[in-house]
Write a protein that binds this ligand. Structure first.
Ligand SMILES: CCCCCCCCCCCCCCCC(=O)SCCNC(=O)CCNC(=O)[C@H](O)C(C)(C)COP(=O)(O)OP(=O)(O)OC[C@H]1O[C@@H](n2cnc3c(N)ncnc32)[C@H](O)[C@@H]1OP(=O)(O)O
Length: 194
C-alpha cells in the first residue's frame, strides 16, 4: 500500500521542468556538492558515497552500496538511511536545473528489505516546477536498473538563496567552505556566488 500527501501533488498551473543549457551532459558523473556531505561526500567514512550521473531531460541515476555501518536490523539497511539516499538522489536533480534547493517534504515507500552489500540503483526525475517549488520522484532497485523495487519516494524541494546556508550553517564549516576553491567551484555549478 502506498499514498501521497496533497502537498506533493503539483498545482494545476505547475510547469514542466526545463533542463539548464549548461547542465552536465547525459552520462556525466555529477560529483559531490560538498565533501563532508553524508550522502555524496568523500570525506565521510561511514557516508553513503552515493554517485549520481546525469540522465536525459531533468532526470538522473545514482548508486550506492549498503555497508555494515548502514544497518538497522541485522544485515539489513536502516530505513532512514535509505530515505537519506533518496533525499540525496532527489537533491542532485537540482544540478540539472542549476537551482539551489532544500528538501521541504519527502515521503518514502519501503517496498522490500535491502541487505548489506546490496548495490542500490536509483532513478529520479523532476516532474514539475511551480515558482520556488520543485516536485520530484525517485525509485530504488536492488542490484541494478532491472532489479526489484525496494524503495520509492516523492519529494518537494524549495528553492533557496545561498544565504540559507550562510545564515543557518555553523560558522566554522561555512568559513571553511567559502575559503575552499573546490567548494566555491562546486557552488558555482549551482550558479551560486558566495
Ligand atoms: C558557502 C555555502 C555553499 C553552499 C553550497 C550549496 C550546495 C547545495 C546543498 C544542497 C544540499 C542538499 C542535501 C540534500 C537535500 C537536503 O537534505 S536539504 C536539508 C533538509 N532540508 C532543510 O533543512 C530545509 C529546512 N526548511 C527550511 O529551511 C524552510 O522551511 C524552507 C524549506 C526553506 C521553506 O521556507 P521559506 O523559504 O520561508 O518558504 P515558505 O514561504 O515557507 O514556503 C515556500 C512554499 O513552499 C511550501 N512549503 C514549504 N515547506 C513545505 C513543506 N514541508 N511541505 C509542503 N509545502 C511546503 C509553502 O507552502 C510555500 O508554498 P506557496 O505558498 O508558495 O504555494
Amino acid at each position: 500500500m502506498s499514498g501521497t500527501s496533497a502537498a506533493l501533488t503539483p498545482p494545476a498551473d505547475a510547469l514542466a521542468p526545463v533542463r539548464h543549457p549548461d547542465a552536465p551532459a547525459p552520462g556525466e558523473l555529477l560529483g559531490a556538492h560538498y565533501e563532508q556531505c553524508f550522502g555524496c561526500g568523500g570525506e565521510q567514512p561511514h557516508g553513503l558515497h552515493l554517485q549520481a550521473r546525469a540522465g536525459e531531460g531533468v532526470a538522473l541515476t545514482a548508486e550506492f552500496t549498503v555497508r555494515a555501518a548502514h544497518q538497522g536490523a541485522p544485515g539489513l539497511a536502516h530505513g532512514g538511511l535509505l530515505t537519506t539516499a533518496l533525499d540525496e538522489t532527489l537533491g542532485s536533480l537540482n544540478w540539472l536545473l542549476r537551482t539551489i534547493a532544500v528538501t521541504g517534504r519527502l515521503e518514502t515507500d519501503f517496498v522490500r528489505p535491502v541487505p548489506v552489500d546490496t548495490v542500490l540503483h536509483l532513478e529520479a526525475e523532476v516532474t514539475a516546477v511551480a515558482g520556488r517549488k520543485i516536485y520530484s520522484r525517485a525509485t530504488g532497485r536492488i542490484g541494478g536498473p532491472d532489479g526489484p523495487v525496494a524503495v520509492r519516494a516523492q519529494a518537494l524541494f524549495i528553492e533557496v538563496k545561498v544565504d540559507h546556508f550562510i545564515d543557518n550553517g555553523r560558522p566554522e564549516e561555512i568559513q571553511a567552505a567559502m575559503s575552499d576553491p573546490d567548494q566555491v567551484r562546486r557552488a558555482r555549478a549551482f550558479e551560486v556566488n558566495p
